[in-house]
Design a protein around this ligand. Structure first.
Ligand SMILES: C[S@@+](CC[C@H](N)C(=O)[O-])C[C@H]1O[C@@H](n2cnc3c(N)ncnc32)[C@H](O)[C@@H]1O
Length: 203
């Protein structure tokens, strides 16, 4: 493991420790890592590190007009913490898709405990087969997929442009396969501490 990866792991566990206390205070379960979940991509559940969230929220405020006139979906939404985060902004729509039924149920339970006025839609399924991408323009990923699945997801998102032309934004936390985005013509426009990048695709 190189120095950067060690620092990332250290930051991750520090941030997850804080999230664990937050969970205790709110009666939720966002912080526990779940490696038992069966997905077709071998990418288990880890919550987005808190270390990334502050800057991500600043980006939404400053460059996405706090979410007004934008619709966001978390691809592989796990236990739903990012759905809660996005719901604090002014997005027209907040949704998630999750492969695991078990995690989807935990997400619904978590979000209900937080007494949110509008519960986000959570779809259960494989993101590479999802048919509703045309409804969204902001896509969030915390490294949920292997390269093949990411490629299929990106292709499926871009196929929606023919009938629904619009600018697309993709926020990729811990971007392991960013080459796939470059290959399809996405441009990196911002990056935050720590290992979170924003890409835009404009026709
Ligand atoms: C690293 S976790 C990220 C969780 C959440 N986005 C967050 O930031 O807190 C990745 C999630 O992707 C889900 N996942 C993996 N493959 C998937 C697929 N093909 N379709 C939908 N979800 C998938 C996993 O079950 C896991 O919950």
């Amino acid at each position: 493991m190189n120095y950067n990866n060690k620092l990332y792991t250290f930051t991750y566990y520090l941030s997850n420790f804080s999230m664990h206390f937050w969970d205790i205070l709110h009666g939720t379960d966002f912080s526990y890592v779940d490696k038992s979940v069966e997905t077709n991509t071998n990418c288990p559940y880890y919550a987005t590190p808190w270390a990334s969230i502050h800057n991500l929220r600043q980006y939404i405020k400053n460059y996405l007009d706090d979410g007004k006139n934008h619709k966001v979906i978390d691809l592989g939404c796990g236990k739903g913490y990012m759905l809660y985060t996005f719901s604090k902004h002014s997005f027209d729509k907040v949704s998630g898709i999750e492969y695991s039924r078990h995690l989807k149920q935990i997400a619904i339970r978590n979000l209900k405990k937080l007494h949110m006025p509008n519960l986000p839609d959570i779809y259960k399924g494989d993101a590479s087969l999802f048919r509703e991408y045309h409804r969204y323009d902001v896509f969030y990923l915390y490294n949920p997929f292997d390269e093949g699945t990411l490629r299929n997801v990106i292709k499926r998102i871009m196929d929606t442009l023919d009938n629904h032309p619009r600018a697309l934004y993709l926020i990729y936390c811990n971007p392991v396969y960013e080459d796939v985005l470059m290959e399809y013509g996405w441009k990196e426009v911002s990056h935050f501490y720590y290992k979170t990048k924003v890409y835009i695709y404009e026709k």
